[in-house]
Design a protein around this ligand. Sequence first.
Ligand code: AMP
Length: 312
Amino acid sequence: MSILVVGSVALDTVETPFARIEETLGGAASYFTTAASLYNQVNLVAIVGSDFPREHLDFWCNRPVNLKGLQIKEGRTFRWTARYHIDMNTRDTLDTQLGVYADFHPSIPDEYRSSRLLFLANIQPDLQMEVLEQVSNARLTVLDTMELWIITTRPQLTEVIKRVDVLLMSEEEIRQYTHCASIVAGVRQLLDMGLQYVVVKQGSYGALLFGADGTYFSAPTYPLEEVIDPTGAGDAFAGGFLGYLSNVEPQQDNHYAVDEIKRGVVHGNIIGSFVCEDFSIGRLRTLAMDDVAKRYRSLVEYSHFDSDWHSR
Ligand code: AMP
């Protein structure tokens, strides 16, 4: 089953305390597309400028990625510059240049409109809503966002949240959006807006899954000795999550079993961990399902503990 993604394709300049890379392939949809295409066909809807390097398109052409919905327009590609702090979990955005995104409107090709799996990657909530209006029959819609939209376009973001099934947010974003100091209280507020699940991204500490049905699951993170660049880990998480689910049959009620959702979160964490091992999509280029399976087994081992305990 193919997956539809709409979001940013960018040229990123990233500085960490240890290294710097300029104008490398970035953008939320780029990370997602590369990650999810390890599992299944991805239909990408985005826009790039005439300066976008051809090699990136050639790379996707050699994977199960459909580029029919990628517009190439005269002008400059979206550019983003950021600097990471020493903990590599926090960063400052130094510069954002919208370029051709300034007057972009997603146009979903007819054959993608009946997509069952949809990822609304990070772009303006207004544009995410335009996508939802064109794709009416999805089985699972997953939304990502960022601090910028929580601050500048909160009402529009709220309308999008009300229309999707799964929301991915970092701990900090949940506090900003809900004004709750407690993450559990903040998630409750979000679930009350009609979401099925909220995934709380905790950077190098893993991810938490909360369900409207009372589900709670803490997904472990793979312990990396060296983080080169965490950019795109959240988008790659979404790629692993939806990529995994794209190969799973839903239940009779058309929903995914909770255990499958949990496995999806673990796949998300694994793919997110691989992204951090190199700049841009570097590590994803050569990533194979065997590598994912190995890390999956490790995480099962690392997070298992014996239930056979009795208090005296
Ligand atoms: P993440 O590390 O998962 O938050 O994703 C980082 C990616 O988001 C980078 O590759 C950026 O190009 C992209 N990005 C940053 N700011 C924006 C924005 N305002 N709109 C869309 N994408 C953005």
